[in-house]
Design a protein around this ligand. Structure first.
Ligand SMILES: NC(=O)c1ccc[n+]([C@@H]2O[C@H](COP(=O)([O-])OP(=O)(O)OC[C@H]3O[C@@H](n4cnc5c(N)ncnc54)[C@H](OP(=O)(O)O)[C@@H]3O)[C@@H](O)[C@H]2O)c1
Length: 296
């Protein structure tokens, strides 16, 4: 298939399901070759079959990545760097929220799971890939959430008090802070990369928090379904972010009421992501944690 981005190569995390799968499918429709790192080869192969069913000549390279396991993050980044081929598009899309699960889950390194999988894993992957992304003058989209602006920064790993939504919101806020800081670095360093932020609104048909949704009352799920988007519609904000020629660091969000659904629109990144002192603190914390994991 030939399209606007024929021959370009895109790396999309979390494309085994939901919004990420639709982002990958739309990129394939435009002729983009795909690298889809997944934590389950079974789900990755099913996603590839689903894309091939609609784009028969799609080029799909399934790789291994569990953002909660730092060694897989390093292995993927090092392999891509060693291969040396350009990565022209990059979407940090994977995400998890353990709604309805009161237990605070830790990784093998002892880090809170939302913090590690949603933020630190993407941070480590991106930092390792930066030389390749800069050389490729990559367009980068970072998938946040409506919840991100409300995340608290005073207890990043929910050590004092745990609730899955709080942990999720905090992890997405620090990802937003990182994304904005990366955008500012790319401007200051004249890297030629374009880093944009986005969120999909609400897409009830994905796998995220599926159990909690099943338990929600009929009226609540009907309301969410009416107000939300399909995964394909929800993919649009990331795609528009990838195509954007705006100054790095804009926020692409659904345009309908409360940003729940609707065509993408551009707005300024909220203050929750743009404070440079908070960014310095978060990035220093992240670097120390990544170093500690490497030395362990
Ligand atoms: N749907 C919504 O209403 C909504 C609203 C706001 C923001 N978002 C954001 O949109 C993004 C996509 O979510 P979705 O709704 O499409 O959910 P989804 O259907 O559950 O997809 C999430 C994807 O992330 C992957 N993932 C989760 N944990 C991972 C890990 N440790 N390592 C690697 N990959 C991992 C999943 O892989 P597996 O197949 O292995 O589980 C899956 O491919 C997420 O960042 C989410 O926070 C969604």
């Amino acid at each position: 298939m030939s399209g606007r981005w024929t021959g370009k190569r895109a790396l999309v995390t979390g494309a085994s399901n939901g919004v990420g799968l639709e982002i990958a499918r739309r990129l394939a429709e435009e002729g983009t070759r795909l690298i889809l790192p997944v934590r389950s080869r079974l789900r990755g192969d099913a996603a590839a079959r689903s894309i091939l069913a609609s784009v028969p000549d799609a080029e799909i390279d399934i790789r291994d990545l569990d953002l909660a396991r730092p060694e897989t993050v390093t292995a993927l980044a090092m392999a891509l760097r060693a291969e040396g081929e350009a990565v022209d598009r990059y979407v940090m899309n994977a995400g998890v929220v353990l709604l309805g699960d009161a237990e605070r889950h830790l990784t093998e390194q002892g880090l809170e799971l939302h913090f590690q999988a949603n933020f630190l894993g993407h941070y480590a992957l991106t930092q390792l890939l930066l030389p390749l992304l800069r050389r490729s003058r990559a367009r980068i989209a970072v998938q946040l959430s409506l919840a991100a602006s409300h995340g608290r920064l005073d207890d990043l790993q929910s050590e004092r008090r745990y609730h899955p939504l709080r942990a999720y919101a905090a992890s997405k806020r620090v990802l937003g802070i990182y994304a904005y800081a990366l955008a500012q670095s790319s401007i200051a360093g004249i890297w030629g990369t374009n880093v944009q932020l986005c969120h999909p609104g609400v897409a009830p048909g994905t796998g995220i928090a599926a159990d909690a949704r099943k338990r929600a009352s009929g009226a609540t799920s009907r309301l969410v379904e009416r107000l939300g988007s399909t995964p394909r519609q929800a993919a649009e904000t990331a795609l528009v972010a990838l195509e954007s020629d705006a100054v790095p660091g804009q926020y692409y969000v659904p345009s309908a009421v409360f940003e729940l659904s609707g065509a993408p629109r551009e707005r300024l990144a909220p203050k929750a992501f743009t404070n440079p002192r908070e960014a310095d603190r978060i990035l220093e914390t992240a670097e120390n944690l990544v170093d500690a994991a490497r030395c362990a």
